[in-house]
Each structure stands twice: as C-alpha cells, then as structure tokens.
Design a protein around this ligand. Structure first.
Ligand code: PXP
Length: 252
C-alpha cells in the first residue's frame, strides 16, 4: 500500500530571531512564510514564546491574516496564550512545554503530570475548532495519555533521535528510531494523527519520513540555516526531496 502524503510545515521562528538581533524589521518572518509557501510548504508554524524572543504578537496576527495555508500556532498553555489563540483561531495549536532559560523546546510535554492543567485547554481549543496537537516524547504510554486527553494529533519529539544522528552513533540511532516507530504505530492505531519534528535535517529526516503513520513534519532551524547559503526555496526543495526519498524507501 503506498504511504499517505507527508506534509511539510515550515517553522519561521528563526527568521524573527535574526530580525530581533538588530531590533528592526528585517528579515520579515511573514515574507519568509510567503516564500516558503511559494516553494512548496504545506503550512507555516510559529511559536509565540512568553518572552517573545523571536515571533512577536504582530507577527502572529499578520501570519493569521496574510497566509493562505494552515497556520500552526506553537504555544505554552498559559492564560495569556490561550487568550491569543482563541482570538486568532489559527488552523492548529501545538501545545509545548516552555521554560524561559531553555534555548529551544527541550523535551515533550508532561501530559501525565500536567493532565489537570491540559485537559480544559484542549477542550476549549477543540470547541473553538482549533486542531490541537501535543508535542510529546515518543513513548507508547504517552500515546495512550494523549488519546485519553482528547487531542486529535500528537507531534513526536525527534530531538533525541537527531542528537544521535549528529553524534554518528548507530546504536543510539537504532534505539531512537525504534522508539519513534513504536510510538507512531501505537498512536496511529489509537486514531491519533501523527506529526513529528524538532532538530530534523536533510541528513536525519529520511527514516522519520519513512514511518507510515507520520503525516506531517515541522521543520525550522535546518531550513533557515541552509537558506543562508542557498536561499529558502532551494532549502525547502532539498528538504522535500529528502522527505520524499525517505517516504519512498530510497533514502541513503
Ligand atoms: N516542532 C516543535 C513542537 C518545536 O517546538 C520546534 C522548534 O520550535 C520544531 C518543531 C522545529 O524544530 P527545528 O527548528 O529544530 O526544526
């Protein structure tokens, strides 16, 4: 049976990181979103962090208004973010843990310990027609917990797998891929839509794209890093080619 299509969500946070380094208006993350869509992105992802270190409120408003593809609003579950997301009503909200001191989102959401806090937020987003995904560690018991919470989508955290690829450690890569594969199969079997992301590069994306339950990948940093040298359209085309090769089972 041919694998279902795999969507690419392009995360534009780090265009805003570069802009904010000088405090001006360039480069514009919304322009990057338009360019990404023109180059074949299926959707745009942006994370409005509590400290506004990259994406700012006005960016999110413009993304919501201007782009004609699904907008995935990454957010911590705080009263402030819930107010913004329920006002903007993007296509999707990806709930992530957030610590001020971290460089990026370091681990998945604690959806078991955080159940009481998350359940009402998920219910409100579901009722508002915002598709909720939970950014979680790729573990079977976490899939069960996500299902019980009523979220339609999980995004599997690929960070540990990507670190193993960077370290060039075949045994760790094998273990991490097996963990991702088990979680994807179990979650898919429960009826969850499976997404994945964090730290993916052209080198690491293939085996994740090959997991048949995975329907969407969200990728940012590696695309923006490559765009410096080759331009964003070429970076996106290169990533898509690596995804498609992985999906078709022809990755190196
Ligand atoms: N998915 C989630 C939930 C994230 O928090 C991030 C990082 O913002 C990404 C995907 C994209 O990660 P990267 O920028 O490493 O590709």
């Amino acid at each position: 049976m041919p694998a279902s299509p795999l969507r690419l969500g392009v995360n534009v946070d780090h265009v805003a990181t570069l802009r904010n380094a000088r405090g001006g208006t360039m480069p514009d993350p919304v322009r990057a979103a338009h360019a990404a869509i023109a180059a074949g992105a299926d959707g745009i992802t942006a994370h409005l962090r509590e400290d506004r270190r990259h994406i700012r409120d006005a960016d999110m408003e413009r993304l919501r208004r201007e782009i004609d593809r699904p907008l995935n609003f990454e957010m911590a579950v705080t009263d402030e973010m819930m107010g913004i997301v329920l006002r903007l009503k993007p296509h999707a909200a990806c709930l992530v843990p957030e610590k001020r001191e971290e460089r990026t989102t370091e681990g998945g959401l604690d959806i078991i310990g955080g159940r009481e806090h998350l359940a009402p937020a998920i219910a409100r987003l579901n009722a508002a027609g915002v598709r909720v995904s939970l950014f979680v560690e790729p573990e079977v018991h976490v899939m069960d917990a996500a299902r019980a919470l009523g979220a339609p989508v999980v995004e599997l955290h690929t960070g540990t797998y990507c670190e193993a690829v960077i370290a060039g450690d075949p045994e760790r890569i094998r273990v991490e891929l097996a963990r991702l594969a088990r979680a994807a199969a179990h979650g898919g079997g429960l009826g969850l839509e499976i997404h994945a992301g964090h730290g993916l590069t052209v080198e690491s994306v293939g085996p994740v794209a090959a997991l048949p339950q995975v329907r969407e990948l969200n990728i940012g940093h590696a695309l923006m890093a490559e765009a410096i040298f080759d331009g964003l359209p070429a970076a996106i085309r290169g990533m898509r080619a690596a995804m498609e090769a992985g999906r078709a089972g022809t990755a190196a």
